[in-house]
Design a protein around this ligand. Sequence first.
Ligand code: SF4
Length: 940
Amino acid sequence: MLPLDTSPKVSDEIRKTTCYMCACRCGIDVHLTGGRVSYIEGNRDHPVNRGVLCAKGSAGIMQHTSPARLRAPMKRTGPRGSGQFEEITWDEALDLAASWLRPIRETAPEKLAFFTGRDQSQSFTGWWAQQYGTPNYAAHGGFCSVNMAAAGIYTMGGAFWEFGSPDWERTRLFMIFGVAEDHDSNPIKMGLGRLKACGAKIIGVNPVRTGYNAIADEWLAITPGTDGLFILSLVHVLMGAGKVDLDYLMRYTNAAHLIDQDPRSATYGLFLRDKDGRELVWDREKRRAVPWDTQGVRPAMSGTVNLGATHAKPVFQLMADAYLDPAHAPEAVADATGIPAATIRRIAAELAHTAFEEEITLDRPWTDFRGERHETMTGRPVSFHAMRGISAHSNGFQTCRALHLLQIILGSVETPGGFRFKPPYPKPVAAHPKPHHKVTPGYPLDGPHLGYPRGPEDLALDAGGNPKRIDKAFTWEAPLSAHGLMHMVISNASAGDPYRIDTLFLYMANMAWNSSMNTSQVMDMLTATDEAGDYVIPHIIYSDAYSSETVAFADLILPDTTYLERHDCISLLDRPICEPDALSDAIRWPVVDPERPGHEGVRGFQSALLDLGVRLGLPGMVDDAGEAVFSDYADYMTNHQRRPGVGPLAGWRGADGEGKGRGDPNPDQIARYIENGGFWTDHIPEEATFFKPWNAAYQDWAVERGLFDAPQPYLFQLYVEPLAKFQAAASGIGPHQPPEHLRAQLAVAMSPLPVWYPPLSDARIDLEDYPLHALTQRPAAMYHSWGGQNAWLRQLHGTNPLYVPSNIWRDHGFTEGDWAHLTSPHGRITVPVALMEALNPDTVWTWNAIGKRAGAWALDPDAPEATKGFLLNHLIHELLPPKGDGLRWNNSDPVTGQAAWYDLRVRIEKAPPRTRGAPVIAAQTSPVERGPKNVAYDAR
Ligand code: SF4
C-alpha cells in the first residue's frame, strides 16, 4: 500500500504579500510553481487575518489569470462607447495624456477632474492631484459611506471599519446595523466566531437577513431609512431610566458644556466661551461659569443658567429636552420602524443591563490627560458596528451620529468590552485638515483637497458663491462632504454645472456601470456631444486592470497590473490595517512579473501616474533639472516624506532600520517588509490600550510613532459646534449665508444634536405609487471583489434575482422562475424574482454588481450576468425628482453629499414570461478576446 502523503508539496516557492480581493487587506502566502501562481493561502503571522482566508482571497488566482486583463495602453479609434481601440506604446499614451493636461494646468487646472474608485493609495493620488493644482479630486467615499466616516470623526474622532472595532474578547452584547459584509471582513468573521464561542449575544438590525445577520441571535427586520428613529428611541428609554454613564459623560465628552440659548445673541447655539476662547461649564459648587478643564470643577449637567445678557444650557440638558420628548417613545416609532415598542424597550433594557450590571474592570493603571492616575480600567461590554445600510440614506449622517451618541451615553467607547479605536485613530476634527480649493494656474493647490470644515467660512465657494469643485463638494448643498461627491461628477460635467471640464481622469471606478447611479443615462452623458458635434467632456482617461464597462467610454486607457504584479503601500497615511492593540502597515510587491506576451504590457497605475507627473513637470515629482525624483512607485514608497521623518511606510525607518513610525528613508525598507512577510507591526504599550483619546501614555506613544506631532487629547462631541454654525447661518446669523432655497433643509439637517427626518425623496413622490423599499447588498463572496468575472466566484453568483418577501410574493401570485417589472420614479427594469422569508415585508432587494454589460469582462455575450443579472442602479437617479423650481436637487445626504442609494422606492408587477431581463444595453466591443470556455493550466 502506498503511504498517504497528508501534506503534499503544492509549490516550489512561497511569496508573501497582501490580498486585494477586497478592502480587508489580509496577508497571503502566494505559492508559485515554475514561476506561476498555483495556490493562495492565508498568512498565519499576519495581524489582520492570522491565516484566515476567505473564498474571495483564494479565488485571487483567477483574478490574476483572468482573460479580461488588459495588455497594453490603448487609444480610442471608434466612437466613444463602442469599445474600439488601437494598442499604443506607453510613451505614446503618457505623451498624449500630457498633451491634454499640460495646457489646462497653465490656464485652468480645475478643468481636470481626477477621481478614483476604491483606490488604496489615496494619500498618493491626492498628493498628485494637489501638485497638479486641480481642486477636483476625490475617491469613492462619497458614494460609499462618507456619512459613517464624517459622523464618526465629528462626534468622536473615528468611526467603524478602519477606524476601530469592537473589543471582541470582552463584548457581551453586540449590535450590528446595516451590514451584510464589510471592509474588515475576516476580522469581523473571526470576532463573531469568538462572540459565539463565549455566549455573547448578537443582535442584527437589517431589513435583510443575510451575511452576518444570518448568525445573529436576534434579527430586527427594520424598515429602511428608520434606523435613526429606532436608535433615538433606545436613547429615549435609556435616558428616561437614568441608564447613562454620567461620570464618563462628564469626564470625556462635552455633555456639560454650556450652549448659548439666546436667539438674539451672535453666538446663539454655540458654546459659551471665556475671553480666551475656552469653553465654559457651570460649576455647581462655585455657582459660576468656569472653563471646562478647571481643576476640581463639578460641572452641572442640567438646568438653565443665566449669565448676564444671555442664558445657556448644558448639552446634556438639551439632549434631555430633545430625546425625552414623547415623539421618541417606542410606541411613537414602532409603526415607522417596523419594530414593536416592547422589543425596543427590551433591547434598551438589555443594553442597560449589560453595560451597567456586567461592568468589566481590568487591573491596568493609567494616567489621563489631566494628570489624574487611575488604578484600573473600567468598561461596559456593549459594542456596535454599522455600515452602508444606515449611512446610504439622505438622513444617514444624522443616523450615524445617533448611533455614536448611543455608544457614548453607555460609556462604551474606548473602554474594555466596548468599541475600540485602531491607530492612527482616534483623531478629532482638529487634527484633520480643512478642505483646500485655492487654484493658481501653473502651481499646486494650496493644500489637501479633502478635509473637515469647521464652519461656513471653510466652504469651497468663490466670491460670487459659486461652487469651486465640479462635484459641488463643500458647498451649501453638502457642507461637510469630506470625501467629495464622485456620483455627481459626470452628471455635473455633462450639464456644465457649475462649469465645463476638459479631461475626466478615472481610476478603478466603473462609472459607466455599477459605480454610478442612473447607469443608462451616465453612459449617455459620457458620449454626449455639443452643438458643434464635439464631446461635452472632451477627454476621458481611464485606468483599469480589466476590460470593464467603463473601458469602452475612455479615449485613452492606461492598463493597470493585477494585485500580484505590483507595488502597493497599505499606509498609515491612508486606510490603515491596524488593530486596537497594534500599529501595522503592509506592502504589495510583484510576486509575479506583469507579463503580457506580444503586447506593450501593463504598469502599476501609481508608477504610470508618477511618469505622467514627470512629463508634466509637477513639483515634488521632478527636481530642479526636470529629472524624475522617483523612478517608480516603489521608490516613492521608500523615499517620499509627507513630513520630515514620516513617509508612506512606518516600519524599519532610518539608516539603521530601527525607526518605528519616524526616521529617515531607508533604502532597504521594502526588502525588510518582504523579509517579514509583507507587513510591519508594533504593539501599543498595555497602559495605553484603552481610553486612547484621554490616555497620556497613548498620546505620548502616538507622538513617538509619528501619528501626530504633539499630544492631542480631546472630548467627544455630543453637540457638534460646526453643525450649529451652519444651522445658525440657515436662520440668518453670520456673514456667510446660504441660498434661500436651501435654508429650510440646512436648518433640519445641520442639527448639532442627532435628529431623524424622513428620507428626502419621500417628499417628492407619491408613496402610494411606490410602496416598497429597494436595496442592494454585496455578496460576501464578491464584497469589494473587483471583477465579478472571476471564474470561481461567478459560479457562486452568476445571476442575481430580486428577492421578494412572502407577503408580496403571495399578493402578486409569483411562482419560481417568474419575472417582474420593477418601477421607480425614474425608470423600469424587468428582472427575475425569488422568494425570501427573512426580509422586511415592505422591502425587495438584490445582490449588487452581478449584472454585466454584454461584451465586457471577456465574458460570453450570453453569459447569465448579461442576460439575467441586473443592476438596480438603472432605477436610481443622482438627482431627486424635479420640484418645479428649475433647480437640480442632489439625491444625497444634505450634510455630507453621500449618495442616497437606499432611499429608493419602487412598485412591483408580475411580468410575462421571458428569458432575458430589461433594459438590454447594446453589447460593447471588447478590446480583449473572449475568455475560453475552460481556463486551465498545469500548476504542478
Ligand atoms: S478577499 Fe478580503 S477578506 Fe478575503 S482574504 Fe482577501 S482581503 Fe481578506
